[in-house]
Design a protein around this ligand. Structure first.
Ligand SMILES: [Ca+2]
Ligand SMILES: [Ca+2]
Length: 221
């Protein structure tokens, strides 16, 4: 997501820095008229606090100016999650290896462990990278109760591999199948959420070496 604003009274030699918990501090480019825009990721659902700091020519930081940003999903639009370590598809929320589910974050991995960085570098921002593993995985997102269409895309752009079994809300809705190299498999699934959390389990049905999960798009029916 992109945060845009305008700085007044910036003096020549000053620079603007964004401070966000869990993300390295970043310098923000400010146009001559004071306007700026900066991409932010890793927002939790609900309230998030960021701070802007103006640094003077000598490297001294001014007082942090806090910005509270409230992040909610627009339930009238498809909600996209981009898995993997590479660039993030525009409009999607990033799911990295360490994007763990918590009540505050509102989405993420419940059961997952993987250290592979997860970016093949081939294909568009969605399919070039993925989260993976041979063990069973669970991922979840907080959603209002209701009926949903869940689209899942899986592929490794460099190697043929396999999709796992997929369970939504504890029910198996997709059976493992093979996937050709660089031919993204899109599956469209349906489920009903009644407990405020959409639970997605990726189950290894036998001894598949690993699977590749590139994206999930959730849409209210
Ligand atoms: Ca990506
Ligand atoms: Ca659930």
């Amino acid at each position: 997501m992109v945060l845009a604003g305008r700085m007044s009274a910036m003096v020549s030699g000053e620079s603007l820095h964004l401070v966000q918990e869990g993300v390295p501090d970043r310098t923000v480019a400010v146009a001559e008229d004071g306007s700026f825009s900066v991409g932010v990721e890793g927002f939790d659902l609900g309230d998030n606090v960021l701070a802007f700091v103006v640094r003077d020519r000598a490297g001294n930081n001014g007082a942090p100016q806090e910005v509270r940003a409230r992040f909610t999903f627009d339930m009238d639009e498809p909600i996209g999650f981009d898995f993997g370590a590479g660039p993030i598809m525009e409009g999607f929320s990033a799911i990295r290896n360490d994007t763990r589910y918590s009540e505050a974050r509102g989405y993420g991995w419940i059961k997952y462990s993987n250290v592979w960085k997860g970016d093949r570098g081939v294909g568009d921002h969605l399919i070039r990278d993925y989260c993976s593993g041979g063990e069973d995985r669970e991922w979840a997102v907080n959603l209002p109760d209701g009926a949903y269409t869940v689209r899942v895309v899986m592929v490794d752009t460099l190697f043929a591999q396999y999709a796992p079994d997929i369970h939504l809300e504890g029910e198996r809705v997709f059976e493992s199948q093979s996937i050709a190299k660089n031919e993204p498999l899109w599956v469209t699934l349906e489920t009903e959420v009644t407990d405020g959390v959409l639970n997605c389990d990726f189950i290894n049905p036998s001894d598949l070496p690993y699977f590749a999960l590139n994206g999930i798009i959730v849409e209210r029916r």
